[in-house]
Design a binder for this molecule. Structure first.
Ligand SMILES: [Zn+2]
Length: 322
């Protein structure tokens, strides 16, 4: 199935007849009780996939972090790998699921914040690499949430591995997802009254997607950007400047960087916590700086750093040209 334009009535893929309506903490369930149906248990069961073994996996998965970023936007990943939760008036949205072994931590993080993984209605992702989508299959099974992705990311999610045209095509596989709906660039997806917009930002992967939405605290609404990785990194031998097997990706990559640079942006989030200095901002906020996560220049700085890395990468490739 392919969605174009607005997505309405995002709900679980199957309903469980006869079970009791379930109220989600922190979410007004009025008028949406039919959506809050669980399988009779208080909380959904999270049955993890086998852990992935990779050089950084243990470090990246060591320290769970669960906190409210702003308004209805929460961080539910680890100190290194992001998972973002948005609580809407019609259920939860999860963006990214880190490693397969992160899924139980995400579940624990949700519970710590008063949410239930069974109330996830929509699963989105930044890009289909093992360290960002590895935990999504578990969450999909536990929640029956819809999964929406760019066509290229959808292909990767269904197959459980990066697409052949991915600069890191040989990187680790991950648990595949059963049903993935394809969206188009600039689609705005709806869940209840909440809206989230997809911006395709290919470069790091062919299907990379940046997500934007608005979160409010009292009357103050801020633009939140979950900017995909814009890192020009690849497996050995791949050339962003192109070769006999594929054309140059440089223009495509630069367009993606410019697109993130130009987004309305008060709060920057990204797939690796270090990319938006999450730990630093969290510590500053805990030390009393209430607005530590608010930075109107964060997307421009993120794009500038990506642009410098791409320039360096291009120079290296041209130097290595035969
Ligand atoms: Zn990646």
């Amino acid at each position: 199935m392919r969605w174009s334009g607005k997505l309405t009535n995002v709900g679980r893929r199957r309903t469980v007849p006869g079970s009791a309506p379930h109220r989600v903490n922190g979410i007004a369930a009025a008028g949406a009780a039919a959506l809050f149906v669980t399988a009779g248990a208080a909380c959904a069961d999270v049955v993890p996939d086998p852990p992935l073994d990779c050089p950084q996996c243990a470090d990246w998965n060591r320290t769970p972090r669960a906190f409210r970023v702003y308004g209805n936007t929460y961080y539910v990943g680890t100190s290194e790998l992001s998972a973002i939760l948005i609580a809407t008036d019609a259920g939860l949205i999860l963006i990214d699921g880190a490693l397969p072994q992160t899924a139980p931590l995400i579940d624990t993080n949700l519970r710590a914040l008063g949410f239930d993984v069974g109330d996830v209605r929509l699963i989105l992702n930044s890009h289909a690499h093992h360290d960002h989508v590895g935990g999504l299959a578990v969450i999909q099974r536990a929640s029956d949430a819809r999964v929406a992705a760019s066509p290229s990311s959808a292909a990767a999610l269904r197959s459980g591995r990066p697409t052949p045209d991915d600069p890191q095509a040989t990187s680790a596989s991950f648990p595949s997802l059963a049903d993935v709906d394809e969206i188009a660039d600039r689609d705005t997806l709806s869940l209840g009254t909440f809206r989230i917009t997809a911006h395709f930002t290919p470069g790091h992967t062919p299907g990379g997607t940046t997500w934007t939405w608005t979160s409010c605290e009292d009357a103050r609404c801020l633009d939140v950007v979950f900017a995909d990785s814009l890192n020009a990194v690849s497996m050995n031998g791949f050339r962003f400047t192109g070769d006999a097997s594929h054309p140059s990706l440089v223009d495509v990559f630069r367009r993606s960087i410019r697109r993130v640079e130009e987004l309305p942006c008060a709060i920057l989030l990204s797939p690796h916590a270090g990319f938006f200095r999450m730990e630093d901002k969290l510590h500053r906020r805990e030390a009393g700086e209430r607005a530590a996560f608010i930075d109107e220049g964060a997307c421009r700085a993120y794009a500038a750093a990506a642009s410098r890395r791409l320039d360096e990468r291009i120079a290296d490739e041209l130097k290595a040209s035969p």
